[in-house]
Design a binder for this molecule. Structure first.
Ligand SMILES: Cc1cc2nc3c(=O)[nH]c(=O)nc-3n(C[C@H](O)[C@H](O)[C@H](O)COP(=O)(O)O)c2cc1C
Length: 235
């Protein structure tokens, strides 16, 4: 496969034009080296939660009028070009992608997240990447029950690799999602942050440390990321 990113640099300059110039910075090459140097097994392309790639995907924030805005195909072009470049560099078996079609962080909203999610799931199949990691639609409380009209199942069914679901899972409903074939794997965020030995605790069905929201996203003081106790320390 030929990579578009290999030949072009992309930048957003506050204008609606996507600026492209000759490729001079071997960043995908550096990424490959960094991946091996740091001992990582692969690269997850972050196309979720309102960051740059997600801003291209979502029709309520992407107001471009060129080949990277407007139609679904155009909005997905930049994310897929990035994917192609990374796959070319490190191999499809070492690449995953994270998406959040239903999220609305940083005004990155789509009017038809089902269609967007399905389009991306199908498009990713062409690259044969290892996994697709998708954040659940937010639950809304109705009559004391948390529920959502949306489901990741159509995306799961469309995607041919390993499908990971994330967002609001605990041990019981994580197990249920796997048992019901709703996902191949479940990712945990806040529970893992507060429980460095989360797999062990799940295995033992041991009690969990509670996470402290006040220390989320704070760089200073550096607390709440690496200082939650392990089970052994508690015992
Ligand atoms: C402190 C903190 C930092 C996070 N940082 C990121 C981030 O940089 N990028 C991202 O996509 N999600 C980030 N998340 C979201 C998590 O990856 C995850 O999707 C979210 O917590 C929902 O999963 P959970 O219910 O298991 O926590 C962060 C979450 C927390 C609590």
């Amino acid at each position: 496969m030929t990579s578009t990113l290999r030949h072009k640099n992309y930048c957003l300059k506050g204008s609606s034009e996507l600026c492209m110039c000759s490729y001079s910075n071997p960043s995908t090459f550096m990424m490959k080296n960094n991946m091996y140097l740091t001992g990582f097994d692969g690269v997850e392309i972050h196309g979720a939660n309102g960051y740059l790639i997600d801003q291209f995907l979502k029709d309520q924030v992407n107001d471009r009028t060129d080949n990277y805005g407007g139609s679904l195909e155009n909005r997905c072009r930049f994310p897929l070009e990035i994917l192609e470049a990374v796959v070319d560099e490190v191999g499809a078996d070492k690449v995953g992608m994270r998406l959040s079609p239903y999220a609305n962080y940083m005004e990155a909203v789509d009017s038809n997240p089902e269609e967007l999610g399905l389009y991306m799931a199908n498009a990713l199949n062409k690259f044969g990447i290892l996994y697709l990691h998708v954040i659940e639609p937010r639950m809304v409380k109705a009559n004391d029950i948390y529920e959502t009209p949306h489901s990741l199942l159509p995306m799961k069914n469309a995607f041919e690799g390993t499908f990971i679901a994330a967002g609001g899972y605990r041990r019981d409903d994580g197990n249920k999602a796997i048992a019901e074939n709703y996902a191949d794997l479940v990712a945990f965020g806040r529970l893992f942050l507060a429980n460095p030995d989360l797999p062990k605790r799940f295995e033992l069905n041991a009690p969990l440390n509670r996470y402290n929201r006040n220390t989320f996203y704070i760089p200073d003081p550096v607390v709440g990321y690496t200082d939650y106790p392990f089970l052994d320390v508690l015992a």
